[in-house]
Design a binder for this molecule. Structure first.
Ligand code: PBG
Length: 333
């Protein structure tokens, strides 16, 4: 054939491919989510093979392992005892709660690791919603913010580096930024769940924390989070959310879930100069694990290809339960 251009010329050898590779993965791109519980020991999570709930006495060792693999940030999620869950989720700002104790411990034992937190009521709410639910079953926007600001300030006081408002309601980033500044935490960053969709991919996470919406009393509790998390049909709306978060002072913006929303990551990358994070959520993780257990896919290749796709779409950071495995694989080359 008489071809001038033959793209295969640059694919002929590993050396040539490495020279023209456009994106790469590094363990420093990863944020490692960890579940913590009051119980003793390490408790496997049924719906998330390979992921566990960590007791505080085991947590430091796992975080040190992540550090030694090159991971530089962890995000902590609490499995709160049922007895501590209330309608207003007040446990979320208890300075002796599970999360602040975990943060203080890690800052003592491995101060160099960056710590991100989640700011929302769901792990602390007996209704399983991210905000306070009124008698009519409405999840309240403005009334919840006071709790969230107290939660954020308490986490900053414990030593958190990045505060992650995840309830996807309005005005969170600005209010939390102001609350942090008022308390002298102007150096603490906000990583906003900017475009968080109302997604079925969060199922295994809600099992891990036992935090799914549920009806316990006489109040009508919405079964899903559609009135605050975004409609999976919408893309333009993500731009509006991003603009608001920027105006309100977000330092990093996140898209969640990741894989089914690569187009959203790409759009935000074009719209904003802020760092962008992708959340490779629990359901995405568990699907890969399940198929790998059956021998239907090669886990290592699928995970690395997936994580790379977030970088290619425009993400700088990736929250992923595969973080340690992927870091190991990258080290092996
Ligand atoms: C809670 C929160 C959720 C996740 C992170 N923070 C669940 C939800 O919104 O119901 C999901 C993460 C995952 O599925 O891995 N605000």
């Amino acid at each position: 054939m008489d071809l001038t251009y033959r793209p295969r010329r640059l694919r002929r050898s590993p050396a040539l491919r490495a020279m023209v590779r456009e994106n790469s993965l590094s363990p420093a791109d990863f944020i490692y989510p960890l579940f913590v519980h009051e119980g003793a020991g390490v408790e496997p999570i049924g719906a998330m093979p390979g992921a566990s709930r960590w007791s505080l006495d085991q947590l430091t060792a796992e975080v040190k392992r992540a550090w030694s693999l090159g991971i530089r940030c962890v995000v902590l999620f609490p499995k709160v005892s049922e007895g501590l869950k209330t309608e207003d989720g007040a446990e979320c700002f208890n300075e002796n709660g599970l999360i602040p104790r975990a943060i203080r411990q890690l800052k003592q034992e491995i101060p160099e690791m960056a710590i991100m937190t989640d700011v929302a009521l769901d792990p602390y709410s007996c209704d399983g919603h991210d905000g306070i639910v009124n008698e009519q079953g409405v999840v309240l926007n403005d009334e919840t913010i006071e709790q969230l600001c107290k939660q954020a300030v308490m986490q900053a006081r414990a030593g958190a580096d990045l505060i992650g408002p995840s309830d996807m309601m309005d005005g969170r980033v600005g209010a939390i930024r102001e609350a942090l500044d008022d308390e002298g935490f102007e150096h603490v960053g906000v990583i906003s769940y900017t475009a968080k969709y109302s997604s079925a991919y969060y199922g295994p996470f809600r099992e891990a924390l036992d935090s799914a919406p549920r009806t316990t009393g006489s109040k009508p509790i919405p079964k899903n989070k559609d009135t605050y998390q975004m409609d999976p049909a919408n893309a333009r709306e993500a731009i509006t959310e991003a603009q608001l978060d920027e105006q309100e002072g977000a330092d990093i913006m996140m898209v969640k879930p990741g894989l089914a929303y690569l187009d959203i990551i790409h759009r935000l990358r074009l719209e904003s100069e802020l760092p962008i994070a992708a959340y490779n959520v629990s359901g995405e993780y568990s699907m890969v694990k399940a198929a790998a257990e059956k021998g239907w896919i090669d886990e290592r290749s699928v995970v690395l290809e997936t994580l790379l796709s977030f970088k290619r779409a425009g993400a700088d950071l990736i929250l992923t339960y595969h973080a340690c495995d992927a870091a190991e694989w990258l080290k092996q080359g």
